[in-house]
Design a protein. Sequence first.
Length: 392
Amino acid sequence: MTVKVYSASTTAPVNIATLKYWGKRDTKLNLPTNSSISVTLSQDDLRTLTTAAASESFTSDRLWLNGQEESVSSPRLLACFKELRALRRSVEESKSELPPLSTYHIHIVSENNFPTAAGLASSAAGFAALVRAIADLYELPQSPGELSRIARQGSGSACRSLFGGYVAWEMGKEVDGSDSRAVQIATEKDWPDMRAAILVISAAKKETSSTTGMQTTVKTSTLFQFRADVVVPERFIEMSTAIVNKDFETFGQLTMRDSNQFHAVCLDSSPPVFYLNDASRLVIGIIEKLNSIYGRVVAAYTFDAGPNAVLYYLQQDEPIVLGLLKAALPELESWTSKASTASAIASCPEGIDHTSFDYLRNSVSRIIFSSVGTGPIPTEESLIGTDGLPKV
Ligand code: DP6
């Protein structure tokens, strides 16, 4: 007799912070030293697809990421499994007719459509998808905000990927982390014209993981405390207000300044943590110049724990931004996907110095164009077969 395999699948988005999370006040519960804000990117461009399955026939918990079986021993993963099983147990206690999934082992299969650990927030989409898929498998009644507390324990930034649109992670005050969770500031429909271009400068695994880098900063940077105590609390209010008011000028200014301050506290750490490289700094210079030519913020750059640049801009300015990027990086295949909007590409703005373009051409391997998008979406597309193993 074949034993039933229960399963649920979901996709989850990448989010890119505009007010950076950097520092933990509790490493076990993954509680941050400051609140943060991000934009959720469209899953048409970047997403993780995850299937979670449970069966009485499974003999251990197992996880496959991008075709590779991985260990399930990481405390972060175990924390997520434990919390989700406890929630399922309480559902089963109130409805005895339900199958006892909380007592079964689980299999997780997950695939990204973008390079893992390339500074592209893969852990955010990964843990958001994992938590959402298991919560769907278990038919949990918890809201995305409640689930975000669990995803946070997998990877801090993951809590923000449980929502679409514009999302805050409120750091909270409680020692048990019960109030450290994501909330939606605005939906993707409230401010739909936000666009993003990710310049992939390196798709290699980053040298210093965020987890390690941020704790070096917490322990050693003297600038860091000022950032956490003074700068971020003010910026958090200003940026939330700018999002609600669709004020791109303020949003863009704050985004760039916060990226720069985040990299400044990295440099102020001992030993210093470097994520930007020469190509990243060239992008900063070009975008600063673009904005000064127009006398307003046309595009805002931001960099996470890696050299890749993320540019935010509004749809109405797409011809300008694409004109610049096409002039700098004409050979990239990425333009084929943009062919439909080719007529909307303006010529390179006058006054931009082309001498850095050669260097950029050798550094940028790909541009991923995206826009603000939705939170996790359940899907019928399953990565697990009826035998409970990854489909080949
Ligand atoms: C620079 O969420 O990857 O992208 O909680 O240790 O898993 P852990 O860190 P992670 O850090 C993200 C740092 C960042 C800024 C941000 O996304 O807010």
